[in-house]
Ligand binder design. Structure first.
Ligand SMILES: *Cc1c(COP(=O)(O)O)cnc(C)c1O
Length: 215
């Protein structure tokens, strides 16, 4: 057992009553640290948020998600190598993901990112724009909508977090009629994952609480 695998065990115990999947957020972590978690705990997916780091660490035997903001000109470097892109928030990106997925011969699962805190200079769509964007996703043959994702503002109060997470959950549930295939609601990080789980998240992206503080 390592520090990180102990942490995973403790986190999983605290989440016992929820039906949630954990993605290990692996920015700044070495491939050794990542493999330790994937090989020795029930956490089976690594989430990268920088393309450069993803390319350096990529190992085909590990399941990877892409969780960070994504530039269109970098999509080809991850195409065919990630289970899920969490951060799709604009048509140009959707178009590029569709094109590169086609070239790679796959259907790419994506989440629509919501800017739940309505922050400036932050990725994600405002809540009220998500459904129109979801309609657009249907037009792209090599992309499949798998759900929604949100990152809460760093300085949020507990009330603020609950408001953001609950409204994302409400939208997610409301969309299930028209999009029966959506199944993933990605929200909750080290500082807020219990609140997110309580509000209906089923996919948590956890970094520091697994690996320790970043250097
Ligand atoms: C870094 C990161 C996380 C994990 O953050 P921690 O606070 O280390 O748990 C989750 N989601 C995204 C998009 C990230 O960039």
């Amino acid at each position: 057992m390592s520090f990180a695998t102990d942490n995973v065990e403790r986190i999983l115990n605290s989440l016992e009553r929820y039906n949630v999947e954990i993605v290990a957020a692996t920015k700044t972590r070495s491939i050794g640290e990542i493999s330790d978690i994937i090989n020795n705990t029930p956490v089976k997916v690594a989430g990268e948020n920088r393309v450069q780091e993803f390319v350096e660490k990529y190992a085909p035997e590990i399941t990877w998600d892409f969780i960070g903001q994504l530039q269109t000109n970098k999509v080809k470097q991850i195409a065919g190598k990630v289970r899920l892109i969490h951060s799709v928030d604009r048509i140009s990106l959707l178009e590029t993901v569709n094109k590169e997925a086609g070239k790679a011969g796959i259907i790419q699962d994506i989440l629509i990112e919501i800017n739940g805190g309505r922050e400036e200079n932050k990725g994600g769509l405002f809540l009220e724009d998500v459904e129109l964007f979801a309609q657009k996703v249907k037009e792209y043959r090599n992309v499949r909508l798998a759900g929604l994702m949100t990152v809460a503002p760093p300085d949020c109060t507990r009330d603020g977090l609950e408001k953001i997470f609950k409204s994302a959950y409400a939208l997610f549930c409301g969309m299930k009629n028209e999009y029966p295939e959506i199944s993933k609601l990605s929200m909750g990080m080290s500082g807020d994952y219990m609140i997110a789980a309580d509000c209906g998240a089923n996919l948590l992206r956890l970094g520091r609480v697994i690996f320790g503080e970043r250097k």
